[in-house]
Design a protein around this ligand. Structure first.
Ligand SMILES: Nc1ncnc2c1ncn2[C@@H]1O[C@H](COP(=O)(O)OP(=O)(O)OP(=O)(O)O)[C@@H](O)[C@H]1O
Length: 256
């Protein structure tokens, strides 16, 4: 199996403002979000980063995507270090979160072209891809309608196709179905499976057990910024469900 992502001892601590300390009900001026985190994901697989709210999933994915810098540690994305060549890493990955907001004023057509341009995709290639994916997702009928006038489902479809305008080999999804209705959530999971079938590698963060069960080949369980268990889904769930395994680990943390 070929490694597509190798995460090696990532650390990230945030300084908390007085206001944040009050919200978090803590006197501690720093928050360790990710602690010495390592894992590997392989080509053509869906890797699930499973953990509760605040576990450090988003921080981890943002470091891998080069949106924020780690305090220490490194990750190799398709062999390229996030520290040494963040630009090249960015060209290799697509990033999608359910929080991605499209500007209401623009049309799908404009947005697709804008992001293709940003990623320096050849114009003819971009046009051909746009026609294909717009047709596939039924965006073609709304290509010239302002995003603000479209349904939530259609907006999500547009976000999905835009996240992969540059045809990346590795796609990172941060809680992709959070806050979505069941129909739109299915559009997202179908999209994930489609990408996998095309041979793409996917890293997915979630706190939803059924999503991991349905989609993931490998799983990393992350609690309080630390990787507490990692492996093939079938190995991890040999004698219990993923939910049972998670709570077994979570309850142990309480005893520690
Ligand atoms: N910019 C920041 N400044 C201060 N604290 C932060 C910042 N970003 C994240 N944190 C804190 O770091 C911890 C990990 O957050 P993170 O968003 O990575 O967790 P998560 O597993 O993605 O959870 P969620 O699903 O709630 O986003 C949390 O306690 C969070 O409050």
């Amino acid at each position: 199996m070929e490694e597509i992502l190798v995460v090696n001892g990532l650390n990230k601590t945030f300084k908390l403002s007085k206001k944040q300390q009050k919200i978090d009900k803590t006197d501690n001026p720093v928050k360790v979000a990710v602690k010495d985190l390592s894992f590997k994901a392989y080509k053509g697989e869906i890797y699930g980063l499973l953990g509760p709210n605040g576990a450090g999933k988003t921080t981890t994915l943002r470091m891998i995507s080069t949106l924020i810098k780690p305090d220490s540690g490194d990750a190799l994305v398709d062999g390229v270090s996030i520290n040494d060549d963040p630009d090249l890493v960015r060209s290799k990955i697509g990033f999608l979160t359910s929080e991605l907001k499209l500007e209401d004023f623009f049309t799908p057509n404009y947005l697709y072209d804008f992001f293709s341009n940003l990623h320096q995709v050849d114009k003819e290639v971009a046009q051909k891809r746009k026609e294909e994916v717009f047709k596939k997702f039924g965006i073609d009928k709304f290509a010239e309608v302002k995003v603000g006038d479209l349904s939530t489902g259609m907006k999500q479809k547009i976000s999905l196709v835009i996240s992969v305008v540059h045809n990346p080999n590795i796609i990172i999804f941060d809680e992709p179905t959070n806050g979505l209705d069941i129909i739109t959530a299915k559009t997202v999971t179908d999209f994930l499976v489609d990408l996998k079938n095309e041979g793409k590698s996917i890293i997915l963060s979630t706190h939803i057990f059924s999503l991991v069960e349905k989609l993931c080949d490998r799983v990393g369980i992350i609690i309080d910024g630390k990787m507490v268990l990692e492996g093939n889904f079938s190995e991890i769930t040999k004698d219990m469900t993923i939910e049972e395994r998670f709570f077994e680990l979570y309850d142990k943390k309480g005893e520690a």
